[in-house]
Ligand binder design. Structure first.
Ligand code: ATP
Ligand code: MG
Length: 503
């Protein structure tokens, strides 16, 4: 009887469930989008109950679609949008506020204060991060400071805090298990990546009681089982949850970047370049951060990371806010209809700029418009902007990493775009390797769970499951690419510090 692994991929814009077989092939899948809530400019929230409901429905539907006996599912793996922060009542399981999403900038002022207090070096030394509203710690603090009564309740031990992995595991186990995995914990600004524990000093500096936080755990082991009485998941009761990692380290794992120096970029809502740097964290000088990638079989692997907040989301903005296109593939067709962006540069700093700039006060801009600019030029400039941002990340990575990158493995929704991948190879002057299976985030979670459940025996065995589908080689003239990149750098300068102190 065939054995399956179920992966829950709880993303920023949708909740997915994917069933994999032992060959790493997708057997069935289901996906539900959910609401993005924008209470004010620069703020982003999700409804935690909607996250749970859509993820639960996706899991049940994927299992139904596979026409298998649920007993054939050896394990469940979880992967999730990282940093997004939820607080809930330990007794009722009810969230006490909407989730504060990773992109949300509401804690910029808290971050400025922490920087002014001289905490920057401590944060980097202990957590591998730098102080930014992106990470979870200040989001927890904001909730405790701003929602009446929460701090008292937190101090009395009545609340649980967690990122989305913790929220899902809590709900799947019927409120029995409050844990988070090391990779998700690494993104809170509260977790010491050397000792693999919550850091007392940082928790104190942010006024966060330790008892609020989940227990940090390795990425590939049994955390608990699906509870018996979960409406809609009755048939799945008892299946163990055996793996968890944030979406980006999960993709690094799913891309089989098991050796130091191997790297991937995911083109999703944002863009995330991660490099496996081995058993010791690297301290970045170029504006990158270091997190635990995963801990498997008692060994920790660290990842150097650069994150860009808005990438594929810019294509969605063309579609949903500007109405220039009706679907993401149409962006490709429009972009292909012109030889280049006609001198237009789009900087999609909708929620500030992430690595390597870290400017919470930057905002988006379009420069280089002429009377002849068409929507095709804008579409092309949007795809260019995605590739430019990844070029910024790879340049920073090459400055920090012990050896330069030789190939970039790619995945994520926008990696299906040939024109984007070709632009990327041209700008990087490196081969861009797109695998046959671009659902690497979900596969990474399945792989972590399947390792713990004995479905796969080793990293080597997992590595044999990855197949390359297309290798994009640099083609365009190098000097022309360098000129484009220089123009991008000038455009970025114009987007910076746009709303100084207005948040
Ligand atoms: N054919 C296409 N060409 C270009 N971009 C595309 C195409 N199809 C999808 N996209 C982009 O891919 C993005 C979605 O990718 P993906 O599902 O990997 O995102 P994600 O960040 O993982 O989302 P989530 O966080 O919800 O999981 C969208 O922003 C969309 O604009
Ligand atoms: Mg995703």
């Amino acid at each position: 009887m065939e054995t399956y692994i179920a992966a829950l991929d709880q993303g920023t814009t949708s909740s997915r469930a994917i069933l994999f077989n032992r060959a790493g092939e997708i057997v069935a899948r289901a996906q539900y989008p959910f609401r993005q809530i924008y209470p004010q400019p620069g703020w982003v929230e999700h409804d935690p109950m909607e996250i749970w409901a859509t993820e639960k429905r996706a899991l049940a539907e994927a299992v139904d679609a596979a026409h298998i006996d649920p007993k054939q599912i050896a394990a469940i793996g979880i992967t999730n949008q990282r940093e997004t922060t939820i607080l809930w009542d330990r007794t009722t399981g009810q969230p006490v506020h909407n989730a504060i999403v990773w992109q949300c900038r509401r804690t910029a002022a808290i971050c400025d204060q922490l920087k002014a207090d001289g905490l920057g070096d401590t944060v980097t030394d202990k957590t591998g991060l730098l102080i930014d509203a992106y990470f979870s710690g200040t989001k927890v603090k904001w909730l405790l400071d701003n929602v009446p009564g929460l701090r008292e309740r937190a101090e009395r031990g009545e609340l649980c805090a967690g990122t989305v992995d913790a929220w899902l595991i809590w709900n799947l186990t019927g409120g029995q298990v409050h844990v988070t995995d090391y990779s998700n914990a690494s993104r809170t600004m509260l977790f010491n990546i050397h000792t693999l524990q919550w850091d007392d000093d940082l928790c104190r500096a942010l006024g966060i009681p330790l008892r609020l936080l989940p227990q940090p755990r390795p990425n590939s082991e049994a955390y608990g089982c699906i509870a018996a009485d979960i409406p809609g998941l009755e048939a799945l009761a008892g299946i163990p949850i055996c793996g968890s990692a944030g979406d980006q380290p999960a993709a690094l794992f799913g891309q089989a970047c098991f050796a130091p120096g191997q790297a991937k970029n995911t083109y999703g809502t944002g863009c995330f370049t991660l490099m496996n740097v081995g058993r010791e964290p690297v301290r970045s000088k170029a504006g990158l951060v270091t997190s635990v990638g995963w801990s498997v079989g008692g060994q920790v692997t660290y990842a150097l990371e650069g994150s860009v907040f808005n990438a594929g989301s810019t294509i969605q903005w063309l579609r949903d806010e500007l109405g220039l296109i009706s679907s993401a593939p149409e962006c490709d067709r429009l972009a292909e209809s012109v030889p280049d962006a006609g001198g237009v540069c789009v900087v999609p700093a909708f929620t500030g700029l992430g690595a390597p700039y870290w400017d919470m006060y930057a905002r988006g801009t379009i420069v280089g418009l002429t009377r002849g600019t068409t929507k095709a030029h804008i579409a092309r400039a949007v795809l260019d902007a995605i590739a430019f941002q990844v070029t910024d990340l790879v340049r920073a990575m090459n400055a920090d990493a012990p050896c330069p990158l030789t190939t970039l493995r790619v995945d994520g929704g926008a990696s299906v775009s040939d024109i984007l991948m070709q632009t990327q190879a041209d700008l990087l002057r490196l081969p861009v390797d797109r695998p046959a299976q671009v659902e690497t985030t979900a596969f990474g979670a399945a792989a972590l769970a399947g390792l713990a459940a004995g479905v796969w025996g080793s990293l080597d065995e997992l590595g044999t499951l990855r197949r390359s589908q297309c290798l994009f080689q640099p083609q365009r003239d190098e000097a022309a690419c360098a000129a484009d990149y220089a123009r991008w750098c000038r455009a970025v300068e114009r987007s910076r510090a746009w709303i100084e102190n207005e948040l």
